[in-house]
Write a new protein. Sequence first.
Length: 93
Amino acid sequence: MTEFTNQISNRIAETRQNLRQAQQDDEHYLVEVRLGELESLARLAADHGLEVDGVAESLAEYGLTTPATGLPTAPLRLHLDAWQPLHTDRAAG
């Protein structure tokens, strides 16, 4: 097992444990945070061709699927016509 694989596996195991603890403690916000972490780690593992036991099952408990390889988390769009600078030079006016 490579160091990268070992680190990802350890982080996923830790996140799954933290998710279980948040659920037991009825910490809804923390459950969402841990699910986000788990999804991110699952995506990272998938992007590197790694399969980590238990990830799909943990996500499925919350109606989530294991991220597919190479899919972006959100579309990146830039609308220049809607862009406005934060600061304007009013002295140049």
